[in-house]
Design a protein around this ligand. Structure first.
Ligand code: SF4
Length: 333
């Protein structure tokens, strides 16, 4: 049964926020120029939206049994962020079958994880215990808006409150089972509603950190600086940066060519400059694109490729970091 996406609460807005909205929870809610004539003005000038969000305790309870929560961010589109998220999900779940992994696709307007993970066209099951994610393998579940759409060509033309409502539903209504070791959250490019919402809703339960994906050229690194600034302003730990499509390794002769040239030193230099961990470079390998299009596990078919080795090194670096942080938290260091 396809669940209803929208669940209106008494304290929700009647309509999405218009352009130039000062923010329904801000000091100027209901009083800005954009508020004149807005259908939400009455609710925004009341104090209903400014109190504690009653859904936060529900989200906290739902996510309490997830050991590690990781956001995947990119400054720009087209750097292979969702591809990398799918590779990361396959890599962690394949490299250690004892781990339980969840992937959450928050790219609401452009969900692509279902196709990349080979479960496009599936639908989620709704029961008293919540929405059951679609299982890609025994230890890898996926939640995406794509599972709620009538077909893959349906456009999601949402903004503001409606997107926030869905993100909240994903966090409080998805039943990931008794325990998850890792929840990997794929976000859209940039720093927009989705990012602010997920950071706000997960504030109490905690996010282990963010993984930032870039390509080597300066045009991508420029936007990565904004993403790093966003993490610092919102208090999200940066687990590190991954340079994707970093050189092309010919599958035949194994020779490497630089397609996206690191004209200003690439991701490694940026990490040194901004003092964040550099997690590694993943070469461009056309077989990754082929596996994503077919929804196949790259690590089963090409486990000895340079790209697989590079991604598994990133996985090791992330696991080392979050597990060390967890141990230090337990020791209160
Ligand atoms: S009334 Fe509320 S939703 Fe409408 S513009 Fe003002 S703050 Fe935004």
């Amino acid at each position: 049964m396809t669940p209803h996406i929208e669940r209106k609460q008494p304290n929700e807005l009647k309509e999405p926020e218009p352009e130039h909205c000062p923010g329904p929870e801000s000091e100027n809610a209901g009083k800005g120029d954009a508020c004149n004539g807005c259908a939400n003005q009455e609710i925004c000038t009341s104090n209903i939206l400014k109190g504690p969000d009653p859904d936060i305790p529900i989200i906290n309870e739902r996510l309490a049994n997830i050991s590690h929560k990781i956001l995947v961010l990119s400054g720009k589109g087209g750097v292979g962020k969702s591809t990398f998220t799918s590779m990361l999900s396959w890599a962690i779940s394949t490299s250690d079958e004892d781990l339980e992994i969840g992937a959450m696709d928050l790219d609401i307007c452009g969900p692509s994880l279902p196709k990349m993970l080979g479960v496009e066209g599936e639908s989620i099951h709704n029961s008293n215990s919540g929405w059951t994610p679609v299982y890609v393998s025994d230890n890898l579940g996926l939640m995406s808006i794509s599972f709620m759409l009538p077909d893959s060509d349906t456009a999601i033309i949402w903004r503001g409150n409606k997107k926030n409502g869905l993100i909240k539903n994903f966090l409080k209504d998805v039943n990931w089972g008794d325990h998850l070791d890792y929840l990997i959250v794929d976000t859209p490019p940039g720093t927009s509603d989705e990012h602010l919402s997920v950071v706000n809703y997960m504030k109490d339960v905690g996010i282990d950190g963010a993984l930032i994906v870039t390509t080597p050229q300066e045009v991508s690194l420029l936007d990565v600086r904004k993403e790093i600034d966003f993490c610092r302003k919102t208090g999200i730990k940066i687990l590190g940066l991954v340079e994707n499509m970093s050189g092309f390794v010919c599958p035949g002769c194994k020779k490497e060519s630089l397609i996206f040239k690191p004209t200003t030193g690439g991701g490694k230099k940026l990490c040194e400059e901004l003092n964040i961990p550099f997690l590694g470079s993943v070469p461009l390998d056309p077989r990754i694109g082929k596996c994503c299009d077919a929804g196949q596990n790259f690590f089963e078919d090409y486990s000895d490729s340079p790209a697989a080795t590079a991604i598994l090194d990133v996985v090791d670096a992330i696991r080392d970091q979050v597990e060390l942080d967890e141990a230090m938290d337990k020791l209160n260091i």
